[in-house]
Design a protein around this ligand. Structure first.
Ligand code: TXE
Length: 485
């Protein structure tokens, strides 16, 4: 089955105001299959004119049917979108697999997560309430939770469906109208999602999708004066540009900028249980995960055991084209492969503890990097400090709890951390002391939980997505004070 058989919507268009429209400038972007370097299809290269039309369509939706819809009805539409997403699980998974090189099973999990976000936010749409506030005699005071208005969503290529689910889902639940700019490498499931939303009855203009380049469509969206909130997931540098543009229009931003997330393994840890989490959190989606655990901190008493057992798992990893559904597929693009190889070229002074073998028959033009485990690595080494965004993990030894906290908190990032230890007191102490938006005790990631607030501290960003918390971020509070004597 070719990709064309799965594309039931016009994938080289923008979706604006409920209509499929060719980009105003007529330009297209060629998509490449990262598994073999072959040409996939073309998508629209939207520019500022398309963004402007999309923002105006979103505003019209707010002034029209979408803006008048009750919270219950918004919730029903979102829930219906979730059902239709699930019905198309296989098509969506195959599209994503070809587009971004994600092994099929992992792409299926992303579809299921997208459906789950729609169910969660569909159910939550009518459950975010204002308050009444006891005040001076003669007054009644209450608050209203209102949408920001038009929300801009700039989404990266690593988990397009999950990130669209958590950000667009929460924004729509609160009654905002969205303009979505997917990553240039990964537009196809964003467009598919919008097609499904229309089919489910989402009113025109409530969700608009403009594919395009970051510096063109992305920059135009962040600078547009008709946008009232921006949600961005991506690199620190681009996040900083997005926040600067938002500051010019004095609008709020939510930034999720990745990390260098540590797992802390103490001498008393249940290593049998920890082992699959230690490795999977580094190689899932070929390490291109914002919450990837790229640093494994191990207490000296179990260092050799953890290193050797992780190395054994690395040697057993199967790497192959995404459609063959191995443990690890290619990276998203040859550009990303060059970034990761650039890091590995700075690892000459480090010891490779374990490495997966790349099969001889892999397509030459595929974006493959051999999953690599480096140990021991100094906590200050560039590969222990910077986000690599590929299937590379480093193991760092530590002496005691104090040393572990110092190393864990010793980067610019703070997205996720985990603690593996049988000592309950230590678990509680470290949950407080670790700089991270999420801390996991004797697990890592809690299977992605859509209900769990997610976001970072430091250069991992600010604001929270997922869970109920996201609904507060995608809304604003109005206070009403009535004097009645
Ligand atoms: O990111 P960018 P890139 C990190 C990861 C990776 C590195 C580079 O370390 O190696 O970033 O990836 C849009 N105005 N993460 O270059 O540039 C762009 O079109 C507005 C971590 O792909 O941040 C895309 O939609 N938007 C991360 C999105 O920003 C702009 C996920 C992300 O692209 C723009 C991805 C501009 N001027 C990369 N320039 C995570 N947190 O999970 C680009 N974009």
């Amino acid at each position: 089955m070719t990709l064309k058989d799965d594309l039931w919507y016009p994938s080289d268009c923008c979706l604006i105001d409920g209509e499929w429209r060719a980009p105003i400038g007529g330009a297209r972007i060629d998509l490449v299959d990262p598994s073999d370097g072959g040409h996939l299809c073309q998508v629209a290269r939207g520019t500022d004119g398309d963004i402007d039309t999309a923002v105006k369509a979103a505003q019209s939706a707010l002034d029209g049917e979408w803006g008048r819809m009750t919270a219950v009805d918004r919730g029903r539409v979102l829930t219906r979108i979730g059902q239709l997403v699930l019905e198309r699980t296989e098509e969506l998974a195959r599209i994503e697999t070809r587009d971004v090189g994600k092994p099929l099973t992992q792409a299926r999990n992303d579809v299921i997560a997208l459906a789950r976000y729609m169910e969660f936010y569909g159910g939550a749409a009518d459950k975010v309430h204002g308050e009444t506030i006891p005040f001076q005699d003669g007054y009644t005071v209450y608050t209203l939770r209102e949408p920001h208005g038009v929300t801009g969503h700039i989404v990266p290529w690593n988990y397009p469906m999950q990130i669209i689910g958590r950000s667009v889902g929460a924004a729509l639940a609160m009654g905002n109208a969205a303009v979505l700019k997917p990553a240039e490498e990964a537009c196809l499931t964003a467009l598919a999602f919008a097609a499904i939303a229309l089919e489910a009855g989402l009113p025109r203009g409530a969700l608009n999708v403009v594919p395009g380049l970051g510096e063109e469509a992305g920059a135009a969206l962040t600078a547009h004066p008709g946008v009232h909130h921006i949600s961005f997931t991506g690199s620190v540098n681009t996040g900083s540009l997005v926040q600067t543009a938002a500051a010019r229009n004095v609008i709020p931003v939510t930034l999720e900028l990745g990390g260098k997330s540590p797992q802390l393994v103490f001498n008393d840890a249940d290593i049998d249980r920890a082992l699959p989490f230690l490795v999977n959190a580094g190689i899932q989606n070929a390490g291109q995960t914002c919450s990837a655990s790229s640093r494994i901190l191990v207490q000296r008493g179990v260092f050799d055991e953890v290193r050797d057992r992780m190395a054994e798992k690395y040697r057993a990893l199967r790497v192959g084209p995404a459609m063959s559904d191995m443990d690890v597929g290619p990276l998203v693009s040859s550009r990303q492969k060059d970034i990761v190889n650039g890091f590995l070229s700075r690892a000459n002074d480090l010891k490779i503890a374990g490495q997966a073998r790349l099969p001889d028959d892999l397509p030459q033009a595929g974006a493959y990097v051999a999953p690599t485990l480096l140990a021991p690595v100094d906590a200050d080494h560039a590969l222990a400090q910077q986000e690599i965004f590929g299937p590379v993990q480093v193991i760092i030894p530590f002496d005691d709890e104090e040393d572990a906290v110092r190393i864990a908190n010793g980067t610019e990032f703070g997205l996720v951390a985990s603690v593996w230890s049988a000592d309950g007191g230590r678990q509680m102490r470290l949950a407080k002391r670790l700089h991270a938006g999420q801390v996991f005790l004797n697990n890592y990631g809690a299977a992605g939980g859509v209900e769990l607030p997610f976001g970072g501290v430091g250069k991992s960003g600010h604001g929270r997505e997922k869970g109920f918390e996201a609904l507060y971020g995608f809304s604003t509070v109005k206070t009403v004070a009535a004097w009645h004597g």
